[in-house]
Ligand binder design. Sequence first.
Ligand code: C2E
Ligand code: CA
Ligand code: CA
Ligand code: CA
Length: 281
Amino acid sequence: AKKMGRARFEVFDKSLHLEVLSRLELEHDLRLALKQDEIDVHYQPIVDLRSGKLSGFEALARWHHPLRGLVPPDEFIPIAEETGLITPISKFILARACDDIVKWQKDFPEIGPLTISVNLSTKQFLEGNLIEQVRHVLGESGLPAERLKLEITESLLMEELDMVKLVLGQLRSMNVKLMLDDFGTGYSSLSYLHRFPLNTVKIDASFVRNMHLAEENLAIVRAIKMLAIALNMEVVAEGIETLEQVRQLRALKCEYGQGYYFSKPKSGREIEVLLNQSPGW
Ligand code: C2E
Ligand code: CA
Ligand code: CA
Ligand code: CA
């Protein structure tokens, strides 16, 4: 038994070693990624469930690694946060997303005003000169502030409260919209949502996914919608994959929806093809 225990330890050790190596490698490569044009932004449509019309997009970071192929954001965003690379990467994504949306509005004037949602990492929020960055990007791109939506997570609301409230308040006074992402998966208590100037909550995909299977999930979605009404917020349901989910969410009067049922995230070029077809759902 002792022998086996030792052998197992060695196996574990080896894989850990490989993990550390690959992680260091990724970190090294990520430092070069921006310069080498490997970071890209994809866009996922957000649909107005009441009209079926396109309402806007969420910008999602993509890293095309020259050898590994596509590295998912869940893998490289944490590395970017730990190394500080999140600052230049986020700057790039915010600027690109605003530029693209302004360009598409010009090229497709028949499609009404579109919004663009950009994910903010907690690190970026607490460290960067976010207000300056946002003001700069709005000025450069010409995007009206109310069409920019910043997605923050519940964990941010648990951080240094005064500082977070101050920055959120400044963003709000600039007329930028604020969304709470992945709602229901974090630790935030309901009692404290009303203290922040939020416009929208995004109902996490995990509740939407099993809505038709488990009564509890439907009850949770319904409860979040009721909370949003009470706090004068709109909701976006994430991770919609079936027509049945669309129907249920419409019945619950959820304003917006996003998910593979409507469209997967697409490259800028693919979005232009989509816009050319005057999309509706
Ligand atoms: P998120 O903000 O919750 O983004 C939604 C994720 O769900 C995206 O994954 C999207 O592709 C995926 N998704 C959308 N609809 C469906 C669906 O119907 N079914 C399923 N199974 N998945 C769906 P993605 O692009 O891999 O991004 C993962 C996470 O990485 C994001 O979660 C966000 O937390 C983070 N992330 C992505 N881009 C950025 C960024 O520019 N900055 C920061 N700070 N984080 C980012
Ligand atoms: Ca998001
Ligand atoms: Ca989300
Ligand atoms: Ca997420």
